[in-house]
Design a protein around this ligand. Structure first.
Ligand code: NDP
Ligand code: GDR
Length: 344
């Protein structure tokens, strides 16, 4: 039985990856942070929180000693590093914390692997945010990086550290450059889930209007459950490398809002421009979406669209779920949860 460590099991990807690895017969050590109240709703919703092969381990990635003990105590074969301060907007408000967790934290794990067992296979959750400002379309493994937030800069440090530990110490370190991936388990602060949760609430009469920021940002959105399979495939490859996971399709935030509105039974018409733009329901004439510049970022990533050719050709991975299907799935889950008051 192989031992896998997943840092950040309380997050979206951690929950789906744990489910996948348990299905594959792994013993899984999932790390969580000590907090004043527990945060296991995702693994509970997936029905794996009591699985006999799932072990929850208290851990903070900013602590080197704990990182060393984590690798020692778990006898890890594979480590999937998903832990991060992952919200771009917050990284502008807490740049130093983001740097310590999302950037330097990864060095702690790499050092722990180097010291305890350099044979451990290591997955680093890199991100399309590292491409940042548009330099090339679509973005692939060879596109130059131009990070546009403290989060993206921290991730780039971690990305290059993973490369450096591979080249310096022969550690099997891979970086998955994953484009945005969403699901009913997405955190509510991210724009897709904010939108699907809000439309569910509007439908149920619990909310009047959604306030959003930049509606023109374009993202390549895929389904998180499929992306964690890509992570696993990267660690089973013959040689370590970096791979882009993406759908090769891009849509604006406005498009996603229209799609989610439709899934909730509304038909949005857009009026006005920039910070005065509103989305009106055609049937009722009510304003359901309003732009609030409060949600604008100091620097924005305007357009992301990935080229997943390498991962398809080398590892046989491709995105299957369409954005329409994903959006429908998220809206339905949020209607169900808000009906019973069990939305997280
Ligand atoms: P989430 O924000 O949902 O999960 C992040 C996880 O990291 C949580 O379990 C969180 O714990 C944990 N964490 C935060 N700080 C620390 C710390 N100091 N020590 C240990 N653990 C910590 O992110 P996702 O699941 O969406 O993403 C997983 C990873 O992939 C992240 O690294 C993210 O940056 C990256 N990524 C995500 C993409 C996406 O579209 N989802 C795309 C590309 C990369 P807690 O619950 O206690 O906060
Ligand atoms: P992102 O995701 O920054 O791409 O990072 P997010 O959903 O936060 O933003 C996507 C785009 O939507 C615009 N936007 C808003 N965003 C939020 N959160 N709230 C709003 O009200 C709003 N209105 C418009 C943003 O400006 C942005 O352009 C996610 C995270 O999961 C990262 O950890 C990961 O690395 C990248 O995806 C790939």
């Amino acid at each position: 039985m192989k031992n896998a460590v997943i840092t950040g099991i309380s997050g979206q990807d951690g929950a789906y990856l744990a489910q996948l690895l348990l299905e594959k017969g792994y013993r899984v050590y999932g790390t969580y942070r000590r907090t004043s109240s527990t945060n296991f709703w995702r693994i509970e919703e997936l029905g794996i929180s009591q699985h006999p092969n799932l072990h929850l381990v208290e851990y903070d990635i900013t602590d080197l000693g704990t990182s060393i003990r984590l690798i020692e105590d778990t006898h890890a074969d594979e480590v999937y590093n998903l832990a991060a301060q992952s919200f771009v907007a917050v990284s502008f408000k807490q740049p130093a914390t983001t740097g310590q967790v999302t950037g330097l934290g990864v060095l702690n794990l790499l050092e722990a692997i180097r010291i305890v067992n350099p044979k451990v296979r290591f997955y680093q959750a890199s991100t399309s945010e590292m491409f940042g400002k548009v330099v090339e379309i679509p973005q692939s493994e060879t596109t130059p990086f131009y990070p546009r937030s403290p989060y993206a800069v921290a991730k780039l440090y971690a990305h290059w550290m993973t490369v450096n530990y591979r080249e310096s110490y022969d550690i099997f370190g891979v970086s998955g450059i994953l484009f945005n991936h969403e699901s009913p388990l997405r955190g509510r602060e991210f724009v897709t889930r904010k939108i699907t949760d809000s439309f569910a609430k509007i439908l149920l009469g619990q909310l009047d209007t959604i306030e959003l920021g930049n509606l023109d940002a374009k993202r390549d959105w895929g389904y998180a459950k499929e992306y964690v399979d890509g992570m696993w495939r990267m660690l089973q490859a013959d040689t370590p490398s970096a791979y882009v996971l993406a759908t090769a399709r891009t849509k604006t935030v406005r498009d996603f809002a229209s799609m989610a509105a439709k899934a909730a039974g509304f038909d949005l018409v857009w009026e006005g421009a920039a910070e005065n733009e509103i989305g009106i329901d055609r049937a009722s004439g009510k304003v359901l979406v309003r732009v609030n510049p409060l949600y604008y970022r100091p620097a924005e990533v305007d357009l992301l669209i990935g080229d997943p050719t390498k991962v398809r050709e080398e590892l046989g991975w491709e995105a299957k779920t369409s954005l329409e299907q994903l959006c429908q799935m998220m809206v339905e889950a949020d209607i169900r949860r808000n009906k019973t008051g069990s939305s997280f």
